[in-house]
Design a protein around this ligand. Structure first.
Ligand code: ADP
Ligand code: MG
Length: 292
C-alpha cells in the first residue's frame, strides 16, 4: 500500500522532467515558505535584444553603437551579445577592442578604435568620475518600460545610453501565481537596476524586489531572509547564482542555465520553466503526506 502511494508522485516527477539530487531535498521542499527568483534567465529568457540608442551629441548614434559593441566584443554577458547582434543588424562592423576589462556585475571598459570606452551601470560610470546626470535622465524612462539601460562614456564624456530588453518566459506569470496560491512568499532578486527590476516584477505579479544586488551579495540576501526565520528556495540560472543556490534551503537550477548553477543546486528544472518549481513543491508536499 505504501509503495503504491509513493509511486504516483515519482512518476510525475519524471514526466515533469525535474531532477532531484537527494531524498532530503524533496523532503525540505515542502517546508519552504519563500521562493527567491533570479530575474535574468530565470523569470525572463535571458536573451535580451537591443531596443534603443540615444547619443547625447559627443558622438553620433551609429558611432556610439559601434564603440559600445566593440567594447562588449570580449564580454560573455547576455547584454554583450544583444548589443553586438543589434549593431550588426544595423549594418555596423564591430571592431575588436585593443584592451578589455570586465567589471563583474557592472560592465566593461575597453579601448576601441583608439578611444577609451566605458559601458555599464550608472554606478560604474560614476565610480570612474563621469557626470551621469543626463545619462540617468535618459535611463529612467527606458527602465520604467522594463528595459535595461546601458550607459556609455567615450573618452570620459557621457556619450549616451543604449537599452536592451529581455522577454518574460511564457509561463512565468502563471507559475508565479501558482506559487502564491501555494502560500509562498515570492521575491525577485537581480543585479539589474531597481526601476527595470520593478517594472518586470510588476509584469509578473511579484511585489518584493531585491535589485542592484552584486553577484557576490546574492547569497547574503538569501541568508538575510533565512535570518527572518524563512525557509528559502532559490531559483537561478547563472554562475552569479551558484552561491545563493547553495545557501538556500533548497536550490533550484534552470536546466538551460549554466553548469555551475546546476552543480550548486538540489533540484534541476530541465525544461527551464518556472512551472517546474510549482511541480517540485506540490510533489514534495504530496510525497511527504504519503510517507507520513
Ligand atoms: P543580472 O543579475 O541581471 O544577470 P549581472 O549581475 O550580471 O546581472 O549584472 C548587473 C548589471 O550590470 C546588469 O544589469 C548591467 O546593467 C550591468 N552589466 C554587467 N555586465 C555588463 C556588460 N557586459 N555590459 C553592460 N552592462 C553590464
Ligand atoms: Mg540570471
Amino acid at each position: 500500500q505504501q509503495a503504491q502511494a509513493s509511486r504516483a508522485p515519482i512518476q510525475r516527477l519524471a514526466d515533469a522532467s525535474i531532477l532531484i539530487r537527494s531524498a532530503e531535498a524533496l523532503e525540505t521542499a515542502q517546508k519552504l515558505d519563500t521562493i527567491v527568483l533570479d530575474k535574468t534567465g530565470t523569470i525572463t529568457t535571458g536573451k535580451p535584444a537591443l531596443t534603443d540608442v540615444h547619443a547625447t551629441g559627443t558622438v553620433a548614434e551609429n558611432e556610439l553603437l559601434m564603440l559600445v559593441a566593440g567594447a562588449e566584443a570580449d564580454s560573455e554577458h547576455p547584454i554583450a551579445s544583444a548589443v553586438i547582434a543589434g549593431a550588426r543588424g544595423r549594418g555596423i562592423t564591430v571592431p575588436a577592442p585593443a584592451a578589455f576589462d570586465s567589471v563583474t556585475g557592472k560592465g566593461v571598459q575597453a579601448t576601441v578604435a583608439g578611444r577609451s570606452v566605458l559601458v555599464g551601470t550608472a554606478t560604474l560610470l560614476a565610480e570612474n568620475g563621469i557626470d551621469t546626470a543626463e545619462l540617468e535622465q535618459i535611463s529612467t524612462e527606458l527602465a520604467a518600460a522594463g528595459k535595461t539601460p546601458v550607459l556609455a562614456a567615450v573618452d570620459s564624456y557621457p556619450a549616451g545610453v543604449i537599452a536592451v530588453a529581455d522577454t518574460v518566459k511564457g509561463d512565468s506569470v502563471s507559475a508565479i501565481a501558482a506559487l502564491r496560491e501555494l502560500g509562498l512568499h515570492v521575491v525577485m532578486i537581480s543585479g539589474d537596476n531597481a526601476r527595470t527590476a520593478a517594472a518586470i516584477a510588476g509584469q509578473v505579479g511579484i511585489d518584493r524586489v531585491l535589485a542592484e544586488v552584486l553577484p557576490e551579495h546574492k547569497a547574503g540576501e538569501v541568508r538575510r531572509l533565512q535570518a527572518e526565520g524563512r525557509q528559502v528556495g532559490m531559483v537561478g540560472d547563472g554562475i552569479n547564482d551558484a552561491p545563493a543556490l547553495a545557501q538556500a534551503d533548497v536550490g533550484l537550477a534552470i536546466g538551460t542555465g549554466t553548469d555551475v548553477a546546476i552543480e550548486a543546486a538540489d533540484i534541476t528544472l530541465i525544461s527551464g520553466s518556472l512551472a517546474g518549481v510549482v511541480t517540485a513543491i506540490r510533489l514534495s508536499r504530496a510525497t511527504m503526506r504519503n510517507i507520513r
